[in-house]
Design a protein around this ligand. Sequence first.
Ligand code: AHR
Length: 503
Amino acid sequence: TTARFTLDPAFTVGQVNARIFGSFVEHLGRCVYTGIYEPDHPSADEAGLRTDVLDLVRELGVTAVRYPGGNFVSGYKWEDSVGPVEDRPRRLDLAWHSTETNRFGLSEFIAFLRKLGPEAEPMMAVNLGTRGVAEALELQEYANHPSGTALSDLRVAHGDKEPFGIRLWCLGNEMDGPWQTGHKTAQEYGRLAAETARAMRQADPSVELVACGSSSQAMPTFAAWEATVLQEAYDLVDHISLHAYYEPTDGDVDSFLASAVDMESFIENVVATADHIGAKLKSRKRINLSFDEWNVWYLSKWEEHAKTFEQTDWPEAPRLLEDNYSVTDAVVFGSLLIALLRHADRVTVACLAQLVNVIAPIMTEPGGPAWRQTTFFPFAQASKYGRGEVLDVRVDSPTYETRKYGETDLLHATAVRAADGTVTVFAVNRSRTDTLPLEVALSRLELTTVTEHSALADADPDARNTRAEPERVVPHPVEGTALQDGTLTAVLEPLSWNVIRLA
Ligand code: AHR
């Protein structure tokens, strides 16, 4: 049977905020060292940045970049990471059981973003694990104050005359998680977030602040955490964060393919919780969502690996969390992007965790090449064509049974209308065995042509890109997709991510 939906320009979700195509650079494994930064690499520029990686990050279309963690930020001393490199201390990184050399720091990160282009924007996290209000204010002064104070003049003396202009700030990271250094109860964190926010706004009312929500919807404190934190900080913050990672459990690929069902319910539940607090406080303000960590992550494999850590060993930039993604993973990943776009009215920031080597769309070898994982393609296409207004897509789709989510639509889709009137449909077929015929009725849209139908699918759903075969999986053009008399018809391959562009 056929999956169907109707597109009408009068029925919209909201405008896409460019920040939902954000990513994340953490001092973790080889994300920074031998990832974006490798002074000895043949492609390195004068700043030690790998230009082969810079090119790929530009192609990926990344906007906001969250930094420097993640779990790492809860032990971060920002002052270690600035000034002459030879004077920077080596520190234990408790989060990832590594040694942090601080050879790459705040100034280098800003230089990296400036090289990416005009859409790249820092999303800086402050340490609310081992630190508090005072250190957050110091970092803000160092980074953003033009000059004439101790810390702004120190930045200038360090060679950065221009302030970094960081607008978007995370108030800590995953403070609900017992694994977090300086983990807190909701009440403790809510107060600290509120007071840090109040002080940072005193210094600069234009900052945009993200309070920590839950580390996942499965956390035992989920929703109560958000409610308590927002009760304390509602008027002082702009966003509440969400984090979610997906992997198949017990070989249950069908549920894995439906991961976006969980992601969408998570978003809707956080919206409900935030709006409930807004209602209680009689506030007209709405808190938006920062989905600032999302991805496919084979976390259970990593947890096994973590047990083998030698407690006496604190390596520099070890290989950690270097998942190699399959076609199946990329289809799930594409569906997660669709989930974010479908909630563009409230999800106004999102960060793919992470950018290079660590659960990443881009992989590198030290001294060697850089290449695109399967997940690179859905992200790059969504960032390129997913700009404009999201149209409200209500699918009428054949379904399949999943262990985790019950009866689930085989089709997962959204559509974005660009300022020039062209429309891009993003669609996933979750069936592992069958093609899915698709029919889209175009109501009051002056569209006549299919300019492209591209699909990521493969006879081998386990196919991956590797150093040996870096282009084993790439999107391919699909023939036969037609637009006639206001109806789009297409056939979606089994287990596929599709981009259909209409003009
Ligand atoms: O992205 C990897 C880790 O996942 C981050 O450091 C942490 O915030 C989350 O648990």
